[in-house]
Design a protein around this ligand. Sequence first.
Ligand SMILES: [Zn+2]
Length: 399
Amino acid sequence: MNWKKVSLLTILGMLITLMIIGTLLDLRISKPSSNIDFPPGQPTSKVSTGQTVENPENIILFLVDGMGFGHLSLALLTQQSENSSSVWQEFQIKGWHDARSVYGPLTDSETSATAMATGNSTNFGHIGMDQEGKPIQTLMELASEEGNATGIVTDSYIWDGTPAAFIAHTTNEDDARDILTQISNSQLDLIFGELEDLGEDDIPEKEESLEILKKRFQLLDHSLNLSSSSKGSSPVAAIFEEDEIQDIESSPNLKRMTEVALEYMTAQERPFVLLVESEEMDAASHENDSDRVLRGLAAIQEALAVVLAYAKKQGNTLVLFTADHETGGLTAQSDYDHYPQMQIRWSTKEHTASVVPLFADGPGAKYFANVHRNREIGSLMKELILLEVPNSKLDEEKK
Ligand SMILES: [Zn+2]
């Protein structure tokens, strides 16, 4: 026997086996580049007084956690039938923003939501707090102070970082009891969402959570039927179980909650600020769960269609669509072997430093065309709430 030949054959055999396994498992190595310097910079967009002032009566912020341009590409390519318009095309202003935090190009949800809720960049894990840990007035707090009705709709749990950043102040994102208490002590008029991990660590049991919320809110049942009294002035909450709000098939879903929230807001007969948040893209993208991303996108588009139809009918409502950051490094791709079918590719299970979509429609939309950073979205919305000039004619009379 020629042992040299045998060992060579063995090595060759092993290499071929590894290549076959690699092909079967579709392993690909994504290599990062060398480090790239990251310049800070502090641009700020403002409502310009030199041009005709556009002042919306109502603001609806549709915020999708974890949604980047890859997710958007997928939505455009898969969720719309040929030659038909999509909800995304209805926006007058289509742009992007850079969702960085004070640390650099990456952000977490709490930090980015706080930037959009307050107009200030802050540290990781800070909810409605500045870098020093001092509370900053949030969009909802300002709106209430100015006589607006305010509401939060989320398909996640109500004390989650993103919704919490619009109404609470803490550096401890895990203290659910504190956040729920702050929500209950706020001037918020409506909150729809889930509770999760009940009874764990600082998270109160369901009964205690509901008791806290009942101090301010009238609890709606799962049918979400607004009684005549709740359509009046009493604040309402609808609380669901963990993961009860899923895709379009689930009852309730984001679309239904959004419809009811808009019905409630309209009945208030005063200006309103409504946050509609979807956590689905972030949750699915952290798992690199492509099917869940597709189902989530369908649910998001249905809810967004409701918002846009409402705003078009009302004519006085600014709609903003954006994300807090991208998750997963999702790419929609189609390779020659499988053309014209598409595949989803992922580059990470974490947040990425990608810029994210920022779309605006309705009165005031033009101010969002030149936004660079997430915090500018917050400061612009706050400015619009404080603007008392409904149109340029009144602006002239004031002078
Ligand atoms: Zn995330």
